[in-house]
Design a binder for this molecule. Sequence first.
Ligand code: TRP
Ligand code: SF4
Length: 291
Amino acid sequence: MTPRVIMSGIRPTGTGAAHLGHWEGALKSWVKLQDMGQCYYSVVDWHALTTEYQDVKNIQGNVRQVLLDILSVGIDPEKSVVYLQSAIKEISELFLLLGMMTPLGWLERVPTFKEQQAQLADRDINTFGFLGYPLLQTVDIIIMKADTVPVGEDQVFHLELAREIVRRFNGLYGDCFPEPLPFLTPIPKLPGVAGRKMSKSYGNAIFLSDAADVVAAKVATMITDPQRMRKSDPGNPDVCNVFDFHKLYSPPELVAEVNRRCRTADIGCVECKQLMAKHLNAFLDPRIRVH
Ligand code: TRP
Ligand code: SF4
């Protein structure tokens, strides 16, 4: 299907700053889709409240940071509509109306409901608002009559729920909303600094706005081939996080060179990381850095 109306959102949570995982998982597609249809990109501050209602002081600053981040990667307000969710009061109105016909069981079954509650055990998110998170997301999408939603893999279930709700609505009241499909970016392997999935909550993310020396310092702590103890041991780039980053951000000649010199113990991890950080920083350079 060709995308005609595209909608996606980003939450201004944590420090607000978008990281490389956001870029690889979704923002890259946001940029590309700008030339394929009408795009609506939203900073979803009401979604931030579902998990951060107890501590709201940072949300306004986070909105500004994440907005800078999306503009800096090339979201062009001349092409795309970029907006704050809470500025569109009709979103809350449609949320109320859809709430009337959304079975509780559909929301309770969404895997992220239980998962996030377990993960964010320090907060009380056993709330009506948090249960309604995927319904609010549905409204974000369908209020623009979007057919295409560029998101990461973790959002597929939310999109399935959105389609179920649309079918129910259209069945009850007549065809009104298109059924939105996810537009998935094939995610290259991009582990966080310590090898886990890159995530703000794991504290291992490289932010698009990190200063060059901060990026270099984070790269320096990355785990490499665990079998390689000394510089004189040959390494295996296939099991090395740093090499995964090289493949994404370094020129092909360097990737080939690192591949060869690592296996023959001709390059040490310190130097290899410095080279990678240099190219990663060159990639991040046009972005706005504020920290
Ligand atoms: N749930 C999405 C996330 O965690 C954010 C989001 C909110 C969203 N509303 C949306 C994504 C609408 C796409 C479309 O990343
Ligand atoms: Fe990884 Fe580079 Fe070290 Fe090889 S030399 S193990 S690719 S960091």
